[in-house]
Design a binder for this molecule. Structure first.
Ligand code: 5GP
Length: 115
């Protein structure tokens, strides 16, 4: 399993706008935002893709959702709604092989998929 730049962000070895961190997850602003609010929520443990999750990862995966909820409230997007998205591997267009949940919000996001 090869580390990605996200492991360096978790360890604060490279700069990132970290909005939340605890023992299980880290959340930071995407470097190339696709919406007014675009935050990545990741497990601190290196899980490369959604296809690699194990039962032992359930605590971290559950934490990702509760942290997403809290961040959405703090960002002021909870009332109007937002999108949580996990891309998986090549057909899912996953670019960074460290599992991450995108939180998009702050504008109407349109339909789920584009061609
Ligand atoms: P994916 O396509 O893998 O689901 O999304 C990867 C996301 O990570 C992209 O939205 C990209 O902009 C973001 N990203 C890639 N490298 C960095 C980085 O070094 N810092 C931050 N903050 N975001 C990054």
């Amino acid at each position: 399993m090869e580390e990605t730049i996200f492991s360096k962000i978790i360890r604060k070895e490279i700069p990132a706008d970290i909005v939340y961190q605890d023992d299980l997850v880290t959340a930071f602003r995407d470097i190339n935002p696709q919406a007014p609010t675009h935050i990545l929520i990741i497990p601190n443990k290196l899980i490369p893709t959604a296809a690699d999750v194990e039962v032992e990862d359930e605590a971290a995966l559950g934490r990702m959702f509760t942290v997403a909820r809290k961040i959405a409230e703090k960002e002021g997007v909870a009332e109007d709604g937002y999108r949580l998205l996990v891309n998986c591997k090549e057909h899912g267009h996953q670019e960074v092989m460290h599992l991450h949940m995108h939180l998009f919000g702050g504008k109407p996001l349109g339909r789920m998929l584009s061609a």
